[in-house]
Design a protein around this ligand. Structure first.
Ligand code: SF4
Ligand code: SF4
Length: 86
């Protein structure tokens, strides 16, 4: 088998927790989960590009970039992006 045949074909991202480092103070919006609405499907964690949502669906705000992808993908609309207080 050649090297190109061994190469994986699917475009699956494998983000590393906080790959871009700690967020600092520049984030404008942060995700807040409404646990009453959440059905624990885990899609938010699957889509988070910074892998900052753990198995307990807790969001590590030290690394969250506030991109809003989790809120956008949540089928229950359980995540609200809330403006940061400075
Ligand atoms: S995607 Fe929404 S419903 Fe699913 S675990 Fe995340 S917050 Fe909960
Ligand atoms: S806002 Fe972006 S970085 Fe933060 S938890 Fe949601 S998907 Fe991850």
């Amino acid at each position: 088998m050649t090297a190109s045949q061994k190469r994986e074909r699917l475009a699956i991202s494998r983000p590393t927790v906080g790959a871009a480092g700690k967020t600092g103070t520049w984030r404008v919006f942060k995700p807040v989960v409404d646990k009453e609405r959440c059905n624990a499907c885990g899609l938010c964690a699957t889509y988070c590009p910074d892998a900052v949502i753990n198995d307990e669906l807790e969001i590590d705000l030290n690394f969250c970039k506030g991109c809003g992808i989790c809120a956008n993908e949540c089928p229950k609309k359980a995540i609200e992006m809330v403006r940061e207080e400075k």
